[in-house]
Design a protein around this ligand. Sequence first.
Ligand code: HEC
Ligand code: HEC
Length: 357
Amino acid sequence: MKRLALALPILALMAVKCHHEGDPTVPKATAYAWTAPSYYGTRADSLEAPLTVEGVALGKRLFSDSSLSADGRISCRSCHRPENAFGDPRVVSTGIYGRLGTRNASTLVNLAYQTHFFWDGRARNIEELLIQPMTRTDEMGLTEPQITEKLQQEPYLTLFAKAFEGARPTSQLARRAISMYVRTLVSASSKYDRWKQGSYTMTDQELRGMTLFFTHPVPENRTRGANCGDCHGTISTAGNPYQLLGFKNNGLDINAADDVGLQAITGNAEDKGKFKVPSLRNIALTAPYMHDGRFKTLEEVLDHYNDPALFSKPNVDILIQLGTNSRFGGSLGLTDQEKADVIAFLHTLTDTTYLQP
Ligand code: HEC
Ligand code: HEC
């Protein structure tokens, strides 16, 4: 009898643990076939778990599940809306119980090609960074054990078992699945992509805008440029994905009480006001703009970059200071026509196939 009493809890433990990791009778998840144009180059998400079809499908479902929040109303999708290219049309997002955040929600795009996340670069790994939105009290606000508990029901018992070799749902595996899903979000069907693939002919204005966008001005030989590509220069029109080179100060006024950006992470004074150079993919759909959502339109953004006062802003990046169309320095000096041309090019980055839920 005594023996049995001891054996029972052990059996019970085994029952709870009953996942079959490594068990050859439990089918392995199916490897996910990556599809992105070759000009996107090599993915940078090698620190993360490999993608599987079942993991991605589970992650997609979790992404929209507001029962994983403290008030039952907020999911990832509340702030990263597919119809806004996975950004948020509000200046700052609203989390549980109507609580306001402090930054404009990043658009989720081409994350598999990046290595530093958030506006200030404080995260290197998506699976880990997801602890933040899931548990922060101004976002979704549940603890990890609470999330695990919410997941102990169908369809999740079946879906987790399929995705993770028979495992029971946990908050950590939920993060793994969501990380798989968001890494599959690649935008590559815009006019710009079709032009690269030879199946779209840009209008004259779009071509002029693209040339301006990628050209560093050289006033000595009258090469005019808008200098955007100096920072937004990769195929995904984001910054350099490696080290912290993709973090720049683009001359936004940063007041004493404001967000210092990268400086809060590195502690270096020269990093004050540096933020992640975001991808401009689908930029026409993701207003308002900048980490604090201060600009409502692309016209306002262009006026910011064209403002002669920009060049003397504290800590403004050298690439901006050197990007002048006048021999006497001091301003990008784009004409109204040139600004409109650049905006026309920015519209070619819109990918309507990307807006599926
Ligand atoms: C209440 C709004 C809100 C919710 C809910 C939310 N996010 Fe975010 N997300 C943000 C904001 C704001 C940022 C930018 C924060 C920063 O940089 O400090 C962000 C940034 C991110 C980033 C970094 C992107 C980049 O390019 O650096 C990822 C990835 C992300 N969120 C994924 C998710 C996922 C997945 C969920 C659901 C588990 C989620 N978020 C839930 C508002 C939200
Ligand atoms: C010195 C580097 C640099 C240059 C040059 C530059 N940018 Fe930026 N850009 C940034 C950074 C950094 C941010 C994010 C700043 C922030 O939010 O604090 C940004 C943000 C933006 C945004 C807002 C993105 C969003 O998701 O909110 C747009 C639009 C933009 N840039 C367009 C342009 C255009 C057009 C040009 C050329 C006229 C240009 N940029 C030149 C670094 C640069």
